[in-house]
Design a protein around this ligand. Structure first.
Ligand code: DHB
Length: 310
């Protein structure tokens, strides 16, 4: 039994896509919905549709990926229409809708649109897109984060979580957790890609992607230890009402299990899903099940947060 929950939302298993992968349009979202993932999220939306950055903007690396997509998306109304249709046809699969406003005002306008709608799934406020030139990652600015959450929760009444970038100092976890604990968030999703990495091609002496002179978000194996640390650090600091989604470097059932141990209730897959496609969820569920069997466990509640220290 791989069932899990986030607040009152129930999921058949803890797996889903990380926003940005397999969720751009109806074709990709339908493929995710038909997979063995417990649920799915839509691509981070802005109010208006965007073409994103020039290509090539994603590259596969030996140990993961680098991307600077630049928020290509079909606009919030498209994803809201999809989600409203989805919740009618899949009443037992709560869908996530990700928003990543280009400004404070854009985020507020999108939160209003979601709040004033029949949408009954989860809203993910993405505070960590590293790829729009001139737009810093909101969650690296504590004051901007608090101001945005103050303004959103002055009216927003639906279940919401935030997507965070990786942090690397324990004082940063203390400060961000103290801010997040002030709001009725139902989850924190750690981590987004490692922002603004760079890769060098030894044959051509060039970068791997075109936007931003080659700088881009790093995912895959590179991200896993950082993801484990961020999930664990927030699990130790957030109030119990705020659960955690673990994201970063998942490509095996053991990787899923490790994020659960660190405190994640759900686990998202980015780079490995991009490389393997939605069939990956069949394999990951089977491998996670084997991991539980190996340990003599029958439910995820016996794993979540149970990491041992020395
Ligand atoms: C994009 C990348 C991200 O990591 C994110 O959180 C949102 C958008 C992008 O480049 O499209």
């Amino acid at each position: 039994n791989l069932a899990t929950h986030l607040g009152d939302f129930q999921f058949a298993n803890p797996l889903m896509n990380a926003s940005g992968v397999y969720c751009y349009d109806q074709l990709q979202l339908d493929a995710m919905a038909a997979s063995d993932a417990g649920t799915l999220t839509t691509k981070s939306a802005t109010m208006a549709s965007r073409l994103g950055n020039p290509e090539p903007r994603y590259a596969h690396l030996a140990l993961g990926s680098i991307n600077s997509m630049g928020l290509p998306n079909l606009g919030l109304p498209y994803y809201l229409d999809y989600a409203l249709d989805f919740q009618n046809t899949h009443p037992t699969k709560p869908i996530f809708m990700s928003i990543a406003g280009l400004s404070h005002a854009d985020n507020i306008a999108m939160a209003h649109m979601i709040n004033d709608n029949e949408f009954n799934g989860l809203t993910e406020l993405n505070l960590s897109c590293p790829n729009v030139p001139g737009k810093p990652q909101v969650a690296y600015d504590l004051e901007a984060t608090a101001t945005l959450l103050d303004d959103i929760f002055s009216f927003f009444s639906k279940p919401m979580g935030v997507k965070l970038p990786p942090y690397f100092d324990l004082a940063q976890f203390d400060e961000m957790a103290a801010i997040l604990n002030r709001y009725p968030l139902i989850y924190v999703n750690s981590i987004n890609s490692l922002g603004n990495g760079l890769w060098v091609n030894p044959d051509s002496d060039t970068v791997a992607i075109k936007p931003k002179g080659g700088f881009g978000g790093i995912g895959g194996d590179y991200a896993k230890p950082i993801a484990l640390a961020n999930v664990r650090a927030f699990a130790q600091r957030l109030k119990p009402e705020i659960q955690i989604i673990g994201t970063g470097g998942v490509k095996s059932g053991r990787d899923v299990y490790d994020l659960l141990l660190c405190g994640a209730s759900l686990v998202q897959v980015g780079t490995a899903l991009y490389e393997e496609g939605p069939e990956i969820f069949t394999r990951l569920n089977a491998e996670l099940d084997q991991e539980l069997t190996k340990k003599g466990l029958t439910e995820l509640d016996s794993v979540i947060g149970q990491l041992k220290t020395l």
